[in-house]
Design a protein around this ligand. Sequence first.
Ligand SMILES: *Cc1c(COP(=O)(O)O)cnc(C)c1O
Length: 377
Amino acid sequence: MSATIPLMDLKAQYARIKTEIDAAVARVLESAHFIGGPERENFEKEFAAACGAKFCVGAGNGTDSLMLALRAADLGRDFEVLVPANSFIATSEMVTAAGGKPVFVDVKDDDFLIDLDAVEKILSARGHRRGGKIKAIIPVHLYGRLVDMGRLMALAKDHGLFVLEDCAQSHLAERDGRKAGAIGHAGSFSFYPGKNLGAYGDGGALTTNDEALALRMRKLANHGRTGKYDHDEEGFNSRLDSLQAAILRVKLRHLASWTGERRAAAARYRKLLNDVPGVRLPQDAGAAHVYHLFVIRIADRDRVHQRLKDDGIETIVHYPTALPFLKAYAHLGHGPQDFPVSAKLQSEILSLPLYPEITEDQQKFVVSRLTAALQGA
Ligand SMILES: *Cc1c(COP(=O)(O)O)cnc(C)c1O
C-alpha cells in the first residue's frame, strides 16, 4: 500500500511552482548553456546573500563539497577530524576521501547534536595543542538545528582547528543572529531533492567568508583549472550544473516562506504531542530551527514504526545505525559504551512526516495513529 501521508511531498511542492520551474528549465534548454554560465553564477551570488556569507561555490553534490573544503584547507598528511557519531555517512566518509581519519564524538541527549563537552575532553585528553593530529571539526547542524557555534568556534580557535559546517540539513537555520554556513571557516550544503532547498537531481555548494579559500575550492571543483587547459594542480569534476542552478534560483525565492511553514507545522506537532505519554522531543529552543526533520523519541520504536506504516503514514529513522557502529567502521572496534547516547538514540528516534504543504488535519491523523500505536491499541 502506498503511503497516504508521505514523509515529504515533492509533488505537492512542484504543483505550487510549476509555471516558474518550467520557464526556468526552458530558459536553460534554449540557451544551450549547461555547465557554468549565468545561472550558476547568479545562483551562487543569491545563495551567498541568503546565507549571509561572502562567497558561494557550486559543487556536484553535498558529499563532494565536504571533501573539496577539507582538501582546500590543506590539513597536511595523517590528520584527524572530529565528527559527530549521529549523522549521515557522507560526513565521515569524506574525511577519509580527503586523506584524513574521522574521530567520532558522541552527541547530546537533549538535542542529538555533537557534544562539545566531549570535544573538549578529547582535545585535552590527547594533550592536544596546535600541531597535534586533530586538525579540523565538522559540526553537523542535524535535522535543521544549529550547533552552539559560539562555543565551538572558541574551542576551535584555542586548538587551531579548521571548522567545516555540514549544513546539508540546515539551509537558513540561525543561532545568535548568524546563519548556517557563515560562521565556520566553510559551510557545505546539499541540494539533494529532499533537502529543504532541493534540486531536481544532485547539487551542492560551499560557502565561506575567506576569498582565498573560495578560490581554492572553486579550482579543486573544476580540475584544478585556472584556464581552459591550464591546471595548477589535480582536482575533481564536481560542479553545479546550469539546469539545477536555474531550478534552485526559483526555489530559493520561496525558501524563507517554506521555512516559515515548516516552523508552523513543527509548532503544531509540539502542541498536539504535548499530551501524548511516552513521546520525548529534542530541545529546540535557543536556535531558529528549520525543521528539515521532525524527530521524536519513543520506546518500542520498531513496532510503532511498523504500525504507522500499516496506517499509511511514512516515517523514517535518521539514522538506524550510528556511524561508529556501521560495518564500514568495524575496523575501529567501537562498541556502544564508547558512544552511549548515540547507541541509545538509534533505537528510539523516529522522523514524522513534515513538509511545508502538510495540513493540520494530516498532522492530527499522524498524532492520533501514533497515540494508538504507543498504547498498543
Ligand atoms: C544529505 C546529506 C549529505 C550529503 O549530501 P548529498 O548532496 O546527498 O551528497 C551530507 N551530510 C548530511 C548531514 C546530509 O544530510
